[in-house]
Design a binder for this molecule. Structure first.
Ligand SMILES: *Cc1c(COP(=O)(O)O)cnc(C)c1O
Length: 389
């Protein structure tokens, strides 16, 4: 008799594709456009704020469980200023070890064994693992390419709701497709959540990375959603400090307290001095956020046009720092095999979107490239990729 695997609930997940592809990049010397981290650090004054906090002895010992008051207040001010959302920093804000812990704590707190969780497929890889750790059942609703972008089929979403559905796990702007859900789409999701009495956990880590005048709408700002939504964000993507692992949730007092009950036994607290630095970062002037967006929009265009010239079909992202492509015009059908051979063929590493799908065949021909890299690195990558044409 074979014994069940030691990590029964997680056995299906193996190691993440990012580890495999980053190792491949290191081994072959290929340009790594796989994992989504910037190759330059965020603003110098924010780095200095972290150094000051360290030197002044702020946060070097266990910070308060919900997060330091300076950061919780800065998060509440950010939500008010950007979105008109009012949150009490004492009862409606919780600081976490990155958005990753916020996702884990939210799902562990709110999902009971047997509950169904609807997630937009392709989905960020930690969602499926966290639903499994909570003993829930994931129910994917697939975003499909349509006229050059990925769209949510609202009828499919509606049909996915059952009597066992506990929550909808949203992600907008959406990784890996770059889709930014519109106000109309989010209104339909909100109406469904209210009608079927569902919770919504929404991952908005790319809230500031939207292009071409696209608008990021927090679903918590829509009618009936304030009391049923856990909104998640993080400093990693907005300020280019992915190693700091400062994230947060904003939600009603009841939901915040529920998530805190899980968080306190995961990390208890984290990132002491960095919390003070992120509090300052959230108060950077609009010019910072505008410059970040303009820089990334130009990089999106540079990489997107290069990929198109190399023969890929390119889905132009309205948000995030990823671009999804279809490799079929290059004569390939399997994105995973394509990505495994790409370092040798063109000296570039990318991520096969199939790993973000339950319906692997639905994601088979799609491949994701990150453009949060220096311009000269992207130019080099583009010239290498043209070998494929
Ligand atoms: C990067 C990312 C995260 C993780 O954020 P951290 O703050 O680094 O934990 C969560 N969700 C999505 C969609 C991401 O792309």
């Amino acid at each position: 008799m074979t014994r069940p695997p030691l990590n029964r609930r997680l056995a299906e997940f193996g190691t993440t594709i990012f580890a495999e592809m980053s190792a491949l990049a290191a081994r072959t010397g290929a340009i790594n456009l796989g994992q989504g981290f910037p190759d330059t650090d965020g603003p110098e004054e924010v780095r200095e704020a972290a150094v000051r906090a360290l030197r002044d002895g702020r946060g070097n010992q266990y910070p308060p469980g919900p997060g330091v008051p300076e950061l919780r207040t800065a998060i509440a001010d950010h939500q008010r200023k950007r979105y008109g959302l009012e949150h009490d920093p004492d009862t409606e804000v919780l600081v976490t070890a990155g958005a990753t812990e916020a996702i884990a704590a939210s799902l562990l707190a709110l999902v009971e064994p047997g509950d169904e969780v609807i997630a937009l497929e392709p989905y960020y890889d930690s969602y499926a693992a966290c639903v499994a750790m909570a003993g829930g059942t994931r129910v994917p609703v697939t975003l499909r390419p349509h006229e050059g972008a990925y769209v949510l089929d609202l009828d499919e979403l509606r049909a996915a709701v059952t009597d066992r559905t506990r929550l909808i796990l949203l992600n907008t702007p959406h990784n890996p497709t770059g889709t930014v859900l519109t106000r109309a789409e989010l209104t339909a999701v909100a109406e469904l959540a209210v009608e079927r009495d569902l919770l919504v956990v929404t991952d908005e880590v790319y809230e500031h990375l939207v292009f071409d005048g696209a608008e990021h709408v927090p679903i918590a700002s829509l009618p009936g959603m304030r009391e049923r939504t856990v909104t998640i964000s993080s400093a990693g993507k907005t300020f280019s400090f992915t190693g700091w692992k400062v994230g947060w949730i904003t939600a009603s007092p009841e939901l915040t307290s529920a998530v805190r009950s899980a968080k306190q036994f995961l990390t208890y607290v984290s990132s002491g001095p960095f919390q003070y630095a992120v509090a300052e970062a959230l108060r950077l002037p609009d010019t910072y956020f505008d410059a970040l967006r303009a820089d990334l929009a130009a990089k999106r265009d540079l990489l997107g046009e290069g990929l198109a010239q190399a023969g890929f079909e390119v889905y132009r992202p309205s948000g995030t720092y990823f671009v999804t492509t279809d490799v079929r015009p290059l004569g390939a059908t399997d994105g995973l095999a394509f990505c495994r051979s790409l370092p040798e063929r063109a000296g570039v590493v990318a991520i096969p979107n199939a790993v973000f799908y339950d319906h692997r065949e639905a994601g088979a021909p799609f491949v994701r490239f990150a453009f949060c890299k220096r311009t000269e690195v992207l130019e080099d990558a583009v010239s290498r990729l043209k070998r494929l044409a």
